[in-house]
Design a protein around this ligand. Structure first.
Ligand SMILES: Nc1ncnc2c1ncn2[C@@H]1O[C@H](COP(=O)(O)OP(=O)(O)O)[C@@H](O)[C@H]1O
Ligand SMILES: [Mg+2]
Length: 463
């Protein structure tokens, strides 16, 4: 199955490229004739609806880049909503990838697929890997549509709108928590419909099981990055954006940072209402009724929808387990505030920042006991790999006991409270919050010179 998907993906790239790299694409002509063709009524309505939705994004995109469509590309006498031109290679920022770059891709392989899209990876001439997104012809989105409407081309068009919307949105939105779009390729000459390839930053799909085993500091980082993203989405250039299909599988990690990759189900409008009951947010185990504002919109509903999804898919799994004791009340506050939507995204961000600051400060953790006095400090050395590692949880490495600490005092306390610990060393590495990565071992140990490290050996140990 996987081989089949890769094979069809590669064949598709090659066929597209054979026809697509030689010039401009009469996108609008083809598009218009397609929309005017005899489509089944229900499907046609849906296509028109999605088309109009897409136009909103293209308008925002045109404004964003101040793209002026040239008269050649648009027939001024027939201008209507169907005439908005997609961005072409001439009017995207320099450095953006296009169809030509696809020609030189090597090591094309399958990464993933979802309801609508197929995602492959490829290596470019300069050695960079990128992700490629296509409409997934064998995916459930198209399958369900074809079952209903018996029209593969029309259904492909519907799905293509989603990808086009995603591409437009990724160009409008800029935030470290949103996957970067490197480029796009529109192929017009094969088949009855336009074919789109989105080229983007590559990540690794989120593995919740793996995250659950990570140190609290790393789990907190993911949640904090998510909160920063949701804060941006609530205040985006397109208004407050809700991600309708909000699940961990719509996110990837790039260099350890969380990024959303699937934004085709994003909405920018908030519900209109006449009474509070119109502003109902339904989740499998909870329903919220929000306020209908005087202007007749469910103000804040998009923000709250995202926030509750963040709570139920991320916070509940990642935040409360094994945090430092001192942070527990603050974290409980966050869990309660987001779990019943008493918090908005501003309150949530503020609370996360408080937690982070407290964590960075060492949490005013003062020992009654001076543990450090029991250790001999050897500056300019580190412990090299020996067989005296012991495992602890949650360690930054799997084979040993590598923990983050605020200070040598804290490390000494940890070592003194662990029966197998005889020594530890603090190297130059810091975690994302600036804490010291410390390796705990049981003696005897082998030391090597290292100007950036200090070794601490238990005074009564036999090493
Ligand atoms: N940039 C990327 N890097 C790595 N994997 C990705 C990337 N984008 C998507 N994926 C993987 O491909 C899957 C499908 O992509 P997605 O955009 O979510 O498609 P769909 O809209 O069909 O759900 C994702 O669940 C994710 O595992
Ligand atoms: Mg998805």
């Amino acid at each position: 199955m996987k081989c089949y998907i890769i094979f069809s993906g590669v064949v598709t790239i090659l066929i597209y490229l054979k026809y697509s790299v030689n010039g401009r694409w009469p996108y609008n002509d083809k598009h218009r004739s397609f929309l005017n063709s005899q489509l089944q009524n229900g499907l046609r309505q849906e296509i028109l609806r999605r088309h109009e939705d897409l136009i909103i994004f293209y308008k925002a995109l045109l404004e964003e880049f101040s793209i002026k469509t040239s008269p050649m590309e648009i027939e001024l006498d027939t201008v209507n909503v169907l005439d908005f031109h997609i961005p072409t290679e001439e009017n995207v920022p320099p450095g953006t990838l296009g169809c030509v770059d696809l020609l030189h891709l090597t090591a094309v392989d399958y990464i993933g697929s979802g309801f609508t899209k197929l995602v492959l990876k490829g290596t470019m001439l300069d050695g960079r890997s990128i992700a490629l997104k296509y409409v997934h012809s064998e995916g459930n989105d198209i399958k369900q549509c074809v079952d209903l409407h018996k029209d593969h081309v029309g259904c492909h068009r519907l799905a293509t709108y989603k990808l086009q919307k995603e591409v437009a949105l990724l160009q409008i939105l800029r935030h470290p928590g949103i996957i970067k779009l490197h480029g796009q390729c529109y192929h017009n000459t094969v088949g009855p419909d336009i074919r789109v390839t989105a080229m983007m930053e590559i990540g690794t799909p989120i593995q919740m099981i793996q995250l659950l085993q990570a140190p609290w500091e790393e789990r907190f980082k993911i949640c904090f990055e998510l909160v920063q993203l949701l804060h941006y989405l609530a205040n985006s250039p397109m208004g407050s954006i809700a991600l309708l299909d909000f699940q961990p599988r719509q996110f990837v990690l790039v260099d350890g940072s969380l990024k959303v990759t699937d934004v085709d189900d994003a909405i920018t409008k908030e519900l209109t209402c006449t009474q509070d009951e119109d502003c109902t947010l339904d989740f499998p185990s909870k329903t919220f009724v929000l306020k209908c504002s005087a202007t007749g919109t469910c103000e804040g509903i998009n923000e709250k929808r995202n926030l509750y999804n963040a709570y139920r898919f991320f916070f509940t799994y990642l935040l409360p387990h094994a945090p430092p004791l001192e942070l527990q009340p603050l974290l409980q506050d966050i869990m309660n505030g987001t779990g019943d939507l008493r918090f908005g995204i501003n309150d949530t961000l503020k609370s996360f920042e408080n937690v982070l600051n407290l964590y960075k400060s060492g949490m005013d953790h003062h020992n009654e006991t001076d543990y450090l006095k029991d250790y001999l400090r050897l500056d300019g050395f580190r412990i090299i790999d020996n067989n005296n590692h012991f495992r602890c949880w949650p360690s930054y490495n799997h084979l040993g006991c590598l923990l983050s600490v605020h200070s040598a005092e804290e490390a000494a306390e940890i070592c003194s409270n662990h029966t197998r610990c005889q020594n530890f060393f603090i190297g130059p590495q810091r975690t994302w919050t600036g804490r010291l990565l410390t390796s705990f071992t049981s003696g005897p140990v082998k030391l090597v010179p290292d100007v950036n490290s200090q070794v601490y050996v238990k005074k009564n140990s036999d090493s």
